[in-house]
Design a protein around this ligand. Structure first.
Ligand SMILES: CCCCCCC[C@H](O)CC(=O)SCCNC(=O)CCNC(=O)[C@H](O)C(C)(C)COP(=O)([O-])OP(=O)([O-])OC[C@H]1O[C@@H](n2cnc3c(N)ncnc32)[C@H](O)[C@@H]1OP(=O)([O-])[O-]
Ligand SMILES: NC(=O)c1ccc[n+]([C@@H]2O[C@H](COP(=O)([O-])OP(=O)(O)OC[C@H]3O[C@@H](n4cnc5c(N)ncnc54)[C@H](O)[C@@H]3O)[C@@H](O)[C@H]2O)c1
Length: 309
């Protein structure tokens, strides 16, 4: 019944609902997330075209994929190293790279964007892609915090646009949040759900609201951990231990913040505070602001809440 109501809301009768099978995928942005998504899509038999701004970056992306695949096969093919090497080569063959988005989107069933978290840059990219990609191609963004409808508004394919939010590290994290806007067609939404399942992930359906499900709960939690520490109510180490042993999280809030990047977390919180300034959950943290201003962004810069050198 709920499913039927969902279809009516999206303006589709049940007979109009059919799944578009996604085989060829273009991923724009070969950074932390894009490389991980490319790896998982290629490992599950998709033909992947990975796009970034330079060949040097793309070389690094392929190296990252190779390194991560080695970790995967060490476990998956523990007793058969040769089969493991064969698997790596097969997966790598499924990935091609390009710096030219125009040619990369030709023949693509899905264009998944994982570039910098900046609305204007994402809009510019999708506006360009809208003119270059085939009509049937579905567009999706991996944004952590921006409204999908703000990004899709730059295109004329509002029905074929949704969100696919993966988690870091992509090869390990099982969840994908599938986000439908008020204009995403049921057909597109179902295709994105199916695609996530074919990748071996577990999808959950989300509304296009700030932070979807996970980040809406987790970003305020990370900030409250920092504020608790600032108030002197616990050491970083003890807070991390408490959340790992008390509720079974694999990383404590300070370890996770350093892993994600303090700039990313601050950027998300600042954006939400701008939208809803009176919400105390979105209050700033002096320490977070200071660390980001000093360039102490976490693991990627060698220091955040902890030191990594
Ligand atoms: C959240 C709010 C903040 C918002 C900011 C934006 C965030 C965003 O929107 C959402 C997120 O992503 S939120 C972030 C969500 N993410 C989280 O919350 C993450 C929480 N953390 C975890 O789940 C675990 O700590 C990990 C799975 C990361 C590591 O597992 P572990 O058991 O703690 O320890 P281990 O010893 O290191 O690794 C053991 C083995 O795992 C394997 N392996 C690991 N990485 C791999 C890779 N890249 N490739 C392949 N394989 C990989 C490998 O086999 C390795 O063995 P090896 O012998 O070393 O090769
Ligand atoms: N890092 C995380 O934990 C995480 C988790 C989930 C979602 N996200 C989201 O995924 C997206 C990417 O994040 P990331 O951590 O992979 O970033 P990243 O900085 O590691 O990678 C971004 C890549 O995009 C490339 N790029 C930038 N502009 C481009 C353009 N116009 N065309 C082609 N390539 C371009 C950059 O060169 C870079 O290689 C962001 O929207 C972020 O919010 C991040």
């Amino acid at each position: 019944m709920a499913f039927f109501a969902h279809q009516i809301r999206r303006g589709f009768s049940s007979s109009a609902v059919r799944n578009v099978v996604i085989k060829q995928v273009t991923i724009i942005g070969g950074g932390q997330m894009g490389a991980g998504i490319a790896q998982v899509a290629a490992s599950t038999g998709h033909s992947v075209n990975l796009v970034d701004t330079s060949d040097d970056i793309l070389k690094k992306s392929i190296k990252t994929i190779e390194g991560s695949l080695k970790r995967v096969v060490k476990k998956k093919f523990a007793d058969k190293p040769e089969a493991g090497e064969e698997f790596i080569q097969k997966v790598l063959k499924n990935v091609s790279t390009s710096t030219d988005v125009g040619s990369a989107v030709q023949g693509s069933d899905l264009v998944l964007e994982a570039i910098v978290e900046n609305l204007k840059i994402k809009q510019d990219l999708f506006s360009r892609l809208d003119k270059l990609a085939p009509a049937h191609t579905i567009f999706a963004s991996n944004t952590s915090s921006l409204p999908i409808s703000d990004i899709s508004s730059a295109t004329n394919r509002l029905d074929r646009f949704g969100g696919l939010h993966f988690f870091n590290p992509v090869p390990m994290m099982k969840l994908v949040e599938v986000i439908g806007t008020s204009t995403t067609s049921q057909e597109t939404f179902d295709s994105l759900l199916n695609f996530s399942k074919v990748l071996g992930k577990t999808p959950v359906s989300c509304k296009d609201t700030p932070g979807f499900i996970v980040n809406r709960l987790f970003v305020p939690y990370l900030y409250e951990a920092v504020r608790l520490y600032e108030r002197g109510h616990g050491s970083k180490e003890d807070i991390d231990i408490a959340m790992k042993l008390g509720v079974g999280y694999p990383m404590g809030p300070f370890e996770l913040s350093d892993y994600i990047g303090l700039d990313t977390i601050k950027f998300i919180m600042d954006g939400w505070r701008e939208m809803d300034p009176d919400n105390t959950l979105f209050a700033p943290s002096e320490l977070m602001d200071k660390l980001v201003a000093e360039g102490k962004l976490g693991k990627k810069t060698g220091e955040g809440f902890y030191k990594y050198k």
